[in-house]
Design a protein around this ligand. Structure first.
Ligand code: ADP
Length: 203
């Protein structure tokens, strides 16, 4: 039962997964908003029922599960449709991540929310006690993204440009982990923050 929750965010390929693994190795639960996003629209979920009501039965496949690619096509070029979808899914995702954190064992818990800045920042997540930003220079981010996802540079740059800027993310940060060097250089930063969060959670 954790009463102290740290939000973890950062741009695409900034190193969120790498940092999450290191906190998990120290016994900390990290609830992932991307995983929650899939869980909240599972067959039988209230969010899926709302989506069907709003977008029609053709966004569901024969087995009753959400037809993601069809839904994506529907909202892709229409900001109004996209907002309607997000109005259904975002509250459900936030509630799921919050409850996973609250029920986690350990002194504190983390909520990995890649699009924290884009989704309204701190006011959208008033239950976060602290925000940790993984910060990476854009050139490093680009080269890691190219290596990880084997996509071409134009698409990789477009994915980075579609997100918040480094400055917008840093403006939300209580704490920053700079990931511009070797993976091993993350460890002392993770350990220092883990001690800080354990201390703050006891207060
Ligand atoms: P995110 O979860 O933020 O999208 P990842 O943790 O998946 O980012 O990191 C992106 C890619 O870069 C992965 O392939 C990861 O192994 C690699 N990576 C992360 N940090 C470093 C680092 N310090 N040095 C080299 N490669 C790294």
């Amino acid at each position: 039962m954790s009463n102290f929750i740290v939000g973890l965010t950062g741009g695409i390929a900034s190193g969120k997964s790498e940092v999450s693994r290191r906190f998990e190795a120290l016994g900390i639960t990290v609830a992932d908003a991307d995983i929650a996003a899939r869980e909240v629209v599972a067959v039988g979920s209230p969010a899926l029922a709302e989506i069907v009501e709003r977008f029609g039965p053709d966004v569901v496949q024969a087995d009753g599960s959400l037809d993601r690619s069809r839904l994506r096509q529907r909202v892709f070029a229409d900001a109004g449709e996209r907002r309607a979808l997000e109005a259904i899914t975002h509250p459900a995702i936030r509630a799921r991540v919050k409850s996973l954190c609250e029920s986690a064992p350990g002194p504190y818990a983390m909520a990995a929310i890649p699009l924290l800045t884009e989704a309204g920042g701190r006011p959208s997540y008033p239950w976060l006690d602290r925000i940790l930003v993984i910060d990476t220079p854009e050139a490093v981010q680009l080269s890691r993204l190219l290596r990880r996802d084997t996509i071409d540079e134009v698409l990789a740059q477009r994915m980075i440009d579609a997100q918040a800027t480094r400055q917008q993310r840093l403006a939300l940060a209580d704490d920053v982990i700079l990931n511009d060097g070797l993976p091993e250089q993350l460890q002392p930063q993770v350990e220092r923050l883990d001690s800080l969060y354990r201390h703050l959670a006891r207060q």
